[in-house]
Structure formats: C-alpha cells, structure tokens
Write a protein that binds this ligand. Structure first.
Ligand SMILES: NC(=O)c1ccc[n+]([C@@H]2O[C@H](COP(=O)([O-])OP(=O)(O)OC[C@H]3O[C@@H](n4cnc5c(N)ncnc54)[C@H](O)[C@@H]3O)[C@@H](O)[C@H]2O)c1
Length: 413
C-alpha cells in the first residue's frame, strides 16, 4: 500500500500520473464548503463559480469588474444552490486582496476550503509593441505595459500566499482535525505555459510562471493544511478573453485545434477539487479536430491525427459529456506520451498555426507523410511558413503502437 502511494507520488512528480476520468465524482463533498474565486465575475471563473454554487459551495467572487461581479452574484443566487457574494478586488493590489480575503472569511464564519486564482488578462503582442516604437526613431522607447504580469503573476502569487496562510492557520485549529475534505488550491495556467505562443511574451511568461508556482507547492501540501494543488492549462476557450467567437477561430485560421467550451474547463475544475485522487496534477482542456472531429470511431480523421491527439491527450472523458475534452496532458517534457509529443506536434504544424493567417500570412501549408510498420509508425512533418520564407525542419514521430495501446487501456495508475 505504502509502495503504491509512493509510486503514485513519484509518477505525479515525473508527470506520468494519469487522471482517471472514469472515477465517479462525489460532488456531495462540496456541500457547505467555502470557495474564493478570483476573476469569478466572467468567463471560466464565472463558470466554475456557477458549478460550485450548484453543488452547495459558498462562493466568494473576487473581481475588479463590479458590474459583472454584482450581476454574477444576482444571477447565481437566483439559480439556487450555495450562496454567492461579490467582493470588489484588484488582485494586483496586496491591500485589496488582503481586505477581500478578510471580508470573505468574516462572511463565511472563518472557513475556507477552495481557492482558485482565475483572474487573468491577455497578452500584448510583442511585434505591435516594438513596431510602435518605429514611428519616431529619435524618441526613447516607451516603457512596455506590465499589466499582464501584474494580474496573472503577481495577482496569483498574492492569492496563493493568502490561501496557503489561511489554510495553514485553519488547519492548526482543533476543529479542523475531523475534516475529511482536503483544502484545494487550483491554479489557472494555460497551454501557453507549456508550449510556444508566438509573440505573446508577457502572457506566456506569466503562465509559465503560474506553472512554476504550482510546481513549487504541489508536493508540499502537507505543510499547508494538507492542501491539494492542481493546475488547469486550457487551450483556447470560448470566453471574452479566449477565442471568443467562431468568427475569431475562422479569422485567425486556427488549424488543428478548436476552442473548447467553458463547461469543459468547469468539468476539469470540479474533477480537481472533489476527486481526492487528483493531487499535484494538471490537465489541459483542448479540442483537437480533423475534418469530422475526434471520436472513438476516428470518423473523418487521418490515422496519424488520431494518434497524435491520443498520444498528447492520454486520457479522455466520456464522449459526448461535458468535460469529455479534458485531457491529462503529461507534464514530463521528455515523456513519450507527454509534452514532448505536444511540442513536436506544435512545431510540426499540428497546433503551430495558432493565429496562422494573421501571423504568418496566407499560403502556408503543412505536409505530413505517415509510414506504418507493424510495430511502429513514422510521421514526417514539414510546414512552410511564408513569412519566414523557409521550410521548417523535418519532424519525425515514432508512435510505438504497443505502448500507445497500453496508454489507451490503462488510464489510471
Ligand atoms: N479563455 C481562454 O482561452 C483561456 C485559455 C487558457 C487560460 N485562460 C486563463 O483562464 C483565466 C480566466 O480567463 P477567461 O477567459 O475566463 O477571461 P475573462 O476575461 O472572461 O475573465 C477574467 C476575469 O478576471 C477579471 N480581472 C482582470 N483583471 C483583474 C484584476 N486586476 N483584479 C481582479 N480581477 C481581474 C476580469 O474582470 C474578468 O472577470 C485567465 O487566467 C486566463 O489566462 C483562458
């Protein structure tokens, strides 16, 4: 038993642990819990707030947008479930976050169980920032904006620190001894914290940073009241800050990946906070698609596409359900099933044309040739990006069929 636990822990730290989406969710454990969700007035944060309140959680929404925050408070209160209250907060300000945490705790009777730092803002395009400086070559360059760092990184750091402090304080109280529910800290990174998102230097830096923060905490939960620290790394999601609209997808010519829905992220979040087996783990929320989409029947997809999707994603929720697009994206960059394959796929063009038309101009193409052998296959990928006026390097993927089959059938450790 002890060995089993140790193996699981090691697997988590190696990034080889898999989320078992077949484990039933016991949402009843969430009843009467208290959650703080920063950025909970809209988008992903709002979706999570709505779901948690439906499961009986008392949700404190900390957000800078007062109008949206009060609207969320009203709408979610009408929807029933746990109570929801908005607390005006600027996460970049220490005083503001401290005051908001104290207000939430006064409201909840000094209980806190779940903290989700979801407040975030988008990037500034490095090309635009630099090209703006070309208008007057005699002028000193102006200071670049740092709001993305302030909100996404400093804000998350303050939230994390406050969460761990209060969770540790509460854990030292005698009344907490009977608690079975492990306190939850759920970080919100992005696929941009794992892979290249060209020109989004500030956003990518903050999401890599959030991932670093999570890695620093996730194996040390015992020090902080037994806190479980997981991380979500969504790809494009249809929210104000995300892909937004179908037209945007079309305009940017996103190839190989489609924006996920907020419900998919919400499903992942709920899985993290109420599944005791999901500890120190992360997963991405990502939609891959071929001409006919992705499904067990591989309808409309080239064999290789399917393989890439499966190799990257490892584990998938039940088809057709919300959350079926939540994937346990292995965190180990060198692991066969993990980030290395994702990165290769990105560089090879499977995801590489995020913003394709706008960034690289029209006329690019991706060519993939698969050669199948009885035990493995090789995929040569070449993409031509007009703006770079060159062929990107040749990519070779090895997909060991036997290993892949093992991954498909053996989701849980
Ligand atoms: N939508 C996507 O495609 C996507 C993909 C990956 C990761 N994410 C991450 O998910 C999180 C939520 O994104 P979203 O798409 O729901 O965005 P959103 O814009 O819908 O929500 C972000 C919320 O953060 C709030 N906020 C911004 N600055 C704040 C501040 N200084 N203090 C307090 N609140 C502040 C906003 O008012 C808003 O309510 C972000 O961290 C984002 O980086 C989003």
């Amino acid at each position: 038993m002890a060995t089993d636990t140790t193996q699981k822990q090691e697997a988590r730290l190696r990034g080889a642990a898999k989320v078992d989406f077949t484990t039933p969710l016991h949402t009843s454990v969430l009843e009467n819990k208290t959650a703080i969700i920063t950025g909970g007035a809209s988008g992903i944060g709002l979706g999570i707030a709505a779901a948690l309140s439906q499961y009986g959680v008392r949700v404190g929404i900390l957000d800078i947008n007062e109008e949206a925050g009060l609207r969320a408070q009203r709408d979610l209160s009408i929807a029933g479930g746990g109570t929801v209250k908005y607390f005006h907060t600027d996460v970049t300000s220490w005083d503001s976050q401290l005051a908001a945490f104290k207000e939430v705790l006064a409201w909840s009777g000094n209980t806190l169980d779940i903290v989700i730092p979801s407040a975030g803002v988008r990037s500034h395009n490095m090309r635009d920032l630099v090209y703006d400086q070309l208008a007057d070559l005699t002028r000193d360059p102006t200071r670049p904006p740092t709001t993305t760092f302030d909100v996404n990184l400093r804000g998350t750091y303050y939230t994390t620190y406050l969460a761990l402090t209060y969770l540790t304080r509460f854990a030292s109280q005698p009344s907490s001894m009977e608690r079975e529910f492990k306190p939850q800290l759920l970080f919100m990174a992005s696929l941009a914290g794992y892979a290249e998102q060209s020109l989004s230097a500030d956003y990518a830096a903050t999401k890599y940073g959030v991932r670093g923060m999570w890695k620093a905490i996730r194996s040390q939960g015992k020090l902080f009241g037994g806190c479980q620290a997981n991380l979500l790394a969504p790809g494009f999601v249809h929210t104000d800050a995300g892909a937004g609209k179908e037209e945007r997808e079309e305009k940017h010519g996103i190839v190989g990946v489609k924006a996920a829905k907020t419900e998919d992220v919400v499903e992942g979040a709920v899985r993290c906070v109420c599944d005791g087996g999901v500890e120190g783990m992360f997963f991405s929320i990502l939609l891959f698609f071929g001409p006919g989409g992705i499904g067990p029947d591989k309808k409309g997809m080239a064999d290789g596409d399917w393989w890439i999707a499966r190799a990257v994603c490892c584990v998938q929720g039940e088809e057709g359900r919300p959350g079926c697009n939540n994937f346990d994206l292995c965190d180990n960059m060198e692991d066969f099933n993990g980030g290395k394959v994702l990165l290769d796929a990105i560089r090879g063009g499977v995801l590489g044309r995020f913003g394709g038309k706008e960034w690289f101009g029209d006329g690019g193409f991706i060519l993939r040739v698969y050669i199948h052998f009885p035990l493995f296959s090789i995929c040569f990928t070449t993409s031509y990006i007009p703006e770079y006026e060159c062929f990107k390097s040749l990519q070779i993927f090895n997909f060991w069929r036997e290993k892949l089959r093992t991954v498909k059938t053996n989701c849980a450790l």
